[in-house]
Design a protein around this ligand. Structure first.
Ligand code: PRX
Length: 657
């Protein structure tokens, strides 16, 4: 496998030209979980759909059986009505009871090189101790708990302990700022924050406790802050509120009764960016979510839990980590890898060293990471033995065919199917993706909706666009892991997802279907950017900018970027008395990073005397996007002042990061 010459970009192009489709190999099919394409047809009818999800849910342990599979009063679905279960029991206790206590749940690797091997029995033990500790702090069913942690084992432990109690967790990605954390704590009135003194990132430490302190100071609901010691860095301490995790769990019993949860009880909140400055608290409930993520994880990643070593490289702070590092994989008794740090630190091939060390069989990552590795070249990991890999996954943004082919050829050695998985925080589970034992792949296409998922591509008027055409992606039939709402804002839920095409879920993505019915996702069609697979709202960045004393007005657009997919491009009008300069540009970029998080640091600030607006005063974003992309501007006659365009254009290219 490794004796083949590594192809350069010409060879990748040839690969794409000569071999446009990739059928599953006989070798892969021989062992695949799904080998019969009739699965799609069977799940298409209402009866078949019901049978499919009944079978999937029966794989879980229920404390009380459900009476009705689902009800749908658009836009509100309920699943497994009347059923009771506990997520932590399904992820841990039942596996231990089935004799799998010694199976490794996670191989964990810290960025500095420290490691831990955690079996299912270990994880259950730790979760129970922490459950008791949280109960000791007064946490009970229905409470909301904020979790703001690095990628350390205590993060899934904290999530699972919440599910054992029936408290909803709200995990906030460790890269978010104190302000962003405060907003999220506030929105859900979290009573407890679980954090760490810090985490490691590219050799430095990130001061999480400090950010948590700043956030808590701006909120009023937090009674306790639990702190895991990770870096040993000095932290400020409030005796009346702060507790070391290790002190709390010490001496706790390793038995803790799980709360019987109604299938429709809130499991967690996860905030995501929308088209306004205020993030949406996406609500996921218990039974449907768990059935949805375990089924999709098993079937799309072709999970063989006895032999697979599965590595999803996302951060648990995003939905990918919730569904496909924690809940799906643990429900399926999978052995996973969790890595704390940057995949290219301290060496470019750190990720490949880890994959080789643990003999990973499945990798799941984002196109932005693939493109970054592509830039380093395959030679960077030539010495790492990746022959254990048998399946590759992609998520978070459209994958360009070149990156797909490189992933397939260079990382997968030409033998691993690449499953491109389209889904969202809101969908909870993968909705469009191949089933690797039966789907013939096309580089750049997420292929087909998962069995039972009914998707369509429609035009402005909601009419289905025939194969070969493009439009807006909608989902027609409820699915078990779908969001149940936006926390505290049912109106926004209805407005955002269900008002454009009543009765149909509006995903906010453009999509094309080819003549064979393959889905090609085209990216967001609203004012949401996708930077390195992270959703960032243009308005959120605009409000961060105008909160700086020098800024009078700002307009933000996403510009195509070869590595990160999109990059943040900002047009800024300064208040009088402020001069445009490189220093100020830098200061503004840092200001946005401080307000939202480092991952939202703009790539470019363009100071401009004015912004193109329609006569009614609306900023012309399409035009700004075109300028950012340096595209032909087309008709600008609806502008209030056409000179603005040339003024902006003359400035273009200045102030780049
Ligand atoms: O635009 C789509 C893009 O990411 C958005 C969802 O972002 P988020 O909720 O943060 O979840 C990311 C991880 C599931 C979608 O609306 N997206 C996600 N996966 C793909 C994708 N675009 C194209 N292809 C994908 N495979």
């Amino acid at each position: 496998m490794t004796t083949e010459p590594r192809p350069d970009s010409d060879a990748i192009e040839n690969l794409l030209r000569e071999e446009r489709t990739f059928a599953p190999s006989d070798e892969f099919v021989a062992d695949a979980l799904v080998r019969d394409p009739s699965i799609y047809e069977r799940a298409a009818s209402e009866d078949g759909f019901r049978a499919f999800w009944t079978d999937e849910a029966k794989r879980l342990d229920w404390m009380e059986p459900w009476e009705d599979l689902y009800t749908w009063e658009a836009p509100y679905a309920k699943w497994f009505i009347g059923g009771k279960l506990n997520v932590s029991v399904n992820c841990l206790d039942r596996h231990v009871a089935n004799g799998l206590g010694d199976r490794v749940a996670y191989f964990w690797e810290g960025e500095p090189g420290d490691t831990r091997t955690i079996t299912y029995a270990d994880l259950l033990d730790e979760v129970c101790r922490f459950t008791n500790a949280l109960r000791g702090l007064g946490v009970k069913k229905g409470d909301r708990v904020a979790i703001y942690m690095p990628m350390i084992p205590e993060l899934p432990v904290a999530m699972l302990a919440c599910t054992r109690i029936g408290a909803a967790h709200s995990v906030v990605f460790g890269g978010f700022s104190a302000d962003a954390l405060a907003d999220r704590i506030d929105d859900a009135s979290c009573s407890v924050v679980i954090t760490a003194d810090g985490g490691y990132r590219k050799g430095a430490t990130v001061a999480l406790k400090k950010a948590a302190d700043d956030a808590i100071a701006r909120t009023s609901s937090v009674e306790h802050c639990v702190v895991v010691k990770r870096t040993g860095d000095d932290v400020a301490w409030d005796e009346s509120r702060d507790h070391w995790y290790h002190d709390l769990v010490d001496g706790q019993s390793s038995k803790a009764d799980p709360e019987p949860m109604d299938s429709e009880d809130l499991l967690y909140l996860l905030y995501t960016s929308g088209t306004t400055a205020k993030p949406k608290g996406i609500m996921h409930t218990t039974g449907g979510y768990l059935a949805g993520v375990s089924a999709t994880h098993r079937l799309i990643f072709d999970i063989h839990p006895e032999t697979d070593i599965y590595w999803c490289m996302a951060d648990i702070g995003w939905v990918t980590g919730h569904s496909y590092i924690v809940y799906g994989p643990l429900a399926n008794a999978t052995t996973g890898i969790i890595y704390e740090g940057a995949i290219d630190y301290p060496e470019k091939d750190r990720w490949a060293q880890i994959a080789a060390k643990y003999r990973a069989t499945i990798l799941y990552t984002a196109p932005t990471a693939i493109r970054a590795l592509m830039k380093y070249g395959a030679d960077a990991f030539a010495d790492d033995d990746l022959s254990s890999l048998r399946l590759l996954g992609s998520v978070g943004e459209p994958i360009n065919p070149e990156a797909w082919a490189w992933y397939w050829k260079e990382i997968g050695g030409g033998r691993c199917p690449v499953v491109d998985t389209w889904w969202q925080t809101e969908t909870g589970m993968v909705m469009i993706a191949p089933l690797p034992g039966i789907t013939t792949l096309k580089p750049g296409s997420a292929t087909f909706p998962f069995p039972g998922v009914v998707a369509d591509v429609v035009d402005e008027g909601g009419r289905s666009v025939p194969l070969g055409g493009g439009g807006y992606l909608v989902l027609e039939r409820p699915w078990p892991a779908m969001l149940r709402g936006i926390y505290g804002d049912p109106e926004r839920y209805e407005q955002t997802y269900w008002s454009r095409y009543p009765g149909r879920y509006f995903a906010g993505d453009g999509c094309k279907r080819d003549e064979e019915g393959y889905y090609w996702l085209l990216g967001r069609i609203d004012d949401v950017m996708n930077v390195s697979g992270h959703r960032i709202s243009t308005t959120e960045v605009e409000s961060a900018l105008v909160s700086h004393p020098s800024v009078a007005e700002a307009a933000v657009v996403g510009r195509t970027d070869p590595i990160t997919g999109q990059a943040i491009f900002c047009y800024v009008i300064l208040r009088s008395g402020h001069e445009a300069s490189d220093e100020l540009g830098k200061e503004l970029r840092t200001h946005v990073a401080d307000m939202i998080g480092k991952f939202a640091r703009p790539k470019q600030i363009l100071f401009t005397p004015d912004l193109p607006k329609t006569r009614s005063g609306k900023i012309m974003r399409r035009l700004l996007r075109d300028i950012a992309e340096q595209r032909d501007l087309g008709d600008v006659t609806t502008l209030a002042d056409a000179n603005v365009v040339s003024a902006i254009r003359d400035q273009s290219g200045k102030g780049e990061d």
